[in-house]
Design a protein around this ligand. Structure first.
Ligand SMILES: O=C(O)[C@H](O)COP(=O)(O)O
Length: 312
């Protein structure tokens, strides 16, 4: 039976599934470069969280046959190095959509209603804050979703239930669902939006830079639960000190962000620690799915739609 490396903390249900499978495995809860060195030479499969798996690490695992992401983003994995050896990389599919989409909706609502500022005002005895009229409803407002895959679509359904008009931008989608108006020009979509929420993989370019942020309406809300690097964080901080209303940021260019990060000093930035998909429910589903994908692979029945790289 092939040997597994579980690289990063896994929900107990995933470990239980693995224990019952008959596979031997190393469980490295807090993976570091040093622990990779120790465990990789034995690994024939890796279940991996968001920490990097680079070409040098992959080269240390001569028997590696499959990498299974506990999640859907795989920007931290060196896909070219896997491709070169014909090693498949699989993701968990739809199992984290609810957690991430709910988190995005929560950030849109919290930013619009200034939840954190309201909480702080209440605790500090600033009751007069309630008459400041600085909060906004989302009903009737336009949400632009950038990236219209599983999570973006889930969010579209929720935003519509809140009475939002939903538009989406995604040049790669061919099966456009009847959940959002299609926008073909990002800047035009941003000009018309009261809120924008990103739901695309980390790209090698910034999607919301200074000029895109400048195109947005005064008072608009920016939400990112996708990946750091998609927004120019310094430009966002400047825009939040200027015309933008608020932002909800769950992912950062460098994680964890440094204490002097430009967003930390802004009262209208709501920040969360890349935990959207780590609800108890989501963490359990991701653990079960990422382990099951490895078991399915070795049983010859892994769903090919979960493999994201090119292996022949
Ligand atoms: O960003 C992600 O892909 C999800 O949060 C899962 O990542 P994790 O495995 O580090 O929790």
């Amino acid at each position: 039976m092939p040997h597994l490396l579980v690289a990063g903390k896994l929900h107990p249900s995933g470990l239980k599934l693995l224990q019952g499978s008959g596979h031997s495995f190393d469980y490295v809860e807090a993976i570091t470069e040093a622990s990779y060195q120790e465990a990789l030479p034995r690994a024939e499969a890796i279940v991996i969280r968001t920490q990097p798996l680079g070409a040098a690490s992959i080269a240390k695992a001569p028997g590696l046959q499959i990498v299974s992401r506990h999640g859907v983003g795989y920007d931290a994995v060196d896909v070219a190095a896997l491709n070169a050896r014909g090693i498949p990389l699989c993701i968990v599919g739809d199992v984290n959509s609810a957690g991430v989409a709910e988190h995005a909706m929560m950030l849109i609502l919290a930013a619009s209603h200034r939840l954190i500022a309201a909480d702080r005002a209440t605790r500090s005895g600033n009751w007069a804050w309630r008459n400041g009229l600085q909060t906004h409803e989302v009903a009737g407002k336009t949400l632009l979703i950038v990236g219209f895959g599983r999570i973006g679509r889930h969010l579209a359904g929720m935003a519509r239930a809140f009475g939002m008009k939903v538009a989406a931008y995604d040049p790669y989608v061919t099966d456009w669902p009847d959940l959002a108006t299609r926008v073909t020009d990002l800047t035009e979509g941003l000009r018309a939006a009261d809120a924008v929420s990103l739901h695309l993989p980390r790209a090698d370019r910034v999607i919301l830079g200074a000029s895109e942020l400048a195109a947005m309406k005064p008072g608009a809300v920016v939400v990112n639960t996708a990946r750091g690097g998609l927004i120019d964080e310094a430009a966002l901080a400047r825009a939040l000190a200027g015309h933008l209303g608020a932002a909800g940021i769950e992912v950062f260019d460098a994680e964890p962000p440094a204490q002097d990060h430009p967003l930390f000093g802004l009262e209208n930035a709501i920040l969360t620690p890349h935990n959207a998909a780590l609800t108890v429910e989501c963490a359990e589903r991701m653990a079960l799915a990422s382990v099951q994908n490895v078991l399915d692979f070795f049983a010859g029945r892994l769903d090919p739609s979960l493999i994201v790289n090119k292996v022949s």
